[in-house]
Design a protein around this ligand. Structure first.
Ligand code: ADE
Length: 229
């Protein structure tokens, strides 16, 4: 069983790479893949870069080169929900691309033409294993829709639009692209995100710069707890 692990930024991946036993590094294009053992499991880890396109390039390349059985996206997110607070964990039940919109043609907002769905379901087995790992760590966690788009959300009106349109609990910029690629390739996936900000007017200047590192560490801690058991 090979687990692919993707994070967007160095703060979301470097500490994981540092824990890998017998790491073998290979570069494809601008992406560095580190293959080895993490907590006794076979893993391949990559930093994809920020946004949906980089995330999709990375996920597709990882699938073609390493054929992982499942891919987990780890990192930080803004909360969209009153009940998911700073440094809580959001686990994807499904992912949506909140900036996908062909509604002028009569489609539902967020529908991905070709596969014709809005919500891309995450692996139920992974979701329950992640929640069990969060329980063991004594973390506060919630399972729900995670919304991705090529925007850092730091605006109350945008936050409410995404929450109300997609019933989403958290927003970030890569998870749905990775889910999209996994879906079309028949690969299991899930997104683990620790909340770094409230996606409101304070997000960019206050919460995110203060909490991003701690949130990234907590997402990584949950990932390693998941792999350990
Ligand atoms: N990642 C962390 N916080 C975010 C936000 N508010 N919007 C988009 N991506 C994020």
């Amino acid at each position: 069983m090979l687990t692919g692990i993707i994070g967007a930024m160095a703060v979301e991946t470097e500490a994981i790479k540092a824990l890998i036993d017998a790491p073998v590094t290979e570069r494809v294009g601008n992406i560095e893949f580190v293959r080895g053992k993490l907590c006794g499991r076979d893993v391949v880890v990559a930093q994809c870069g920020i946004g949906k396109v980089f995330a999709a390039i990375c996920a597709q390349t990882m699938i073609l080169k390493y054929a992982p059985d499942r891919i987990i996206n780890t990192g930080v997110a803004g909360t969209l929900s009153e009940t998911v607070g700073l440094l809580d964990i959001a686990v994807s039940s499904s992912v949506v691309e909140h900036d996908m919109d062909t509604s002028p043609l009569g489609d539902p907002v967020g529908m991905i033409s070709g596969i014709n769905i809005v919500n891309i379901p995450a692996s139920e087995g992974l979701i329950s294993d992640i929640c069990a790992a969060a329980e063991r760590l004594g973390k506060r966690w919630a399972v729900g829709v995670i919304a991705s788009g090529d925007q850092f959300i730091a605006d109350k009106a945008k936050k409410e639009y995404i929450r109300d349109t997609f019933s989403a609990i958290a927003c970030e910029m890569e998870g749905a692209a990775i889910g999209h690629v996994c879906y079309v390739n028949g690969v299991d996936f899930a997104v683990i995100r620790c909340i770094s900000d409230n996606a409101d007017d304070h997000a960019g200047a206050m919460d995110y710069p203060t909490l991003c590192k701690r949130a990234a560490e907590q997402s990584q801690a949950l990932l390693t707890e998941l792999l350990r058991n």
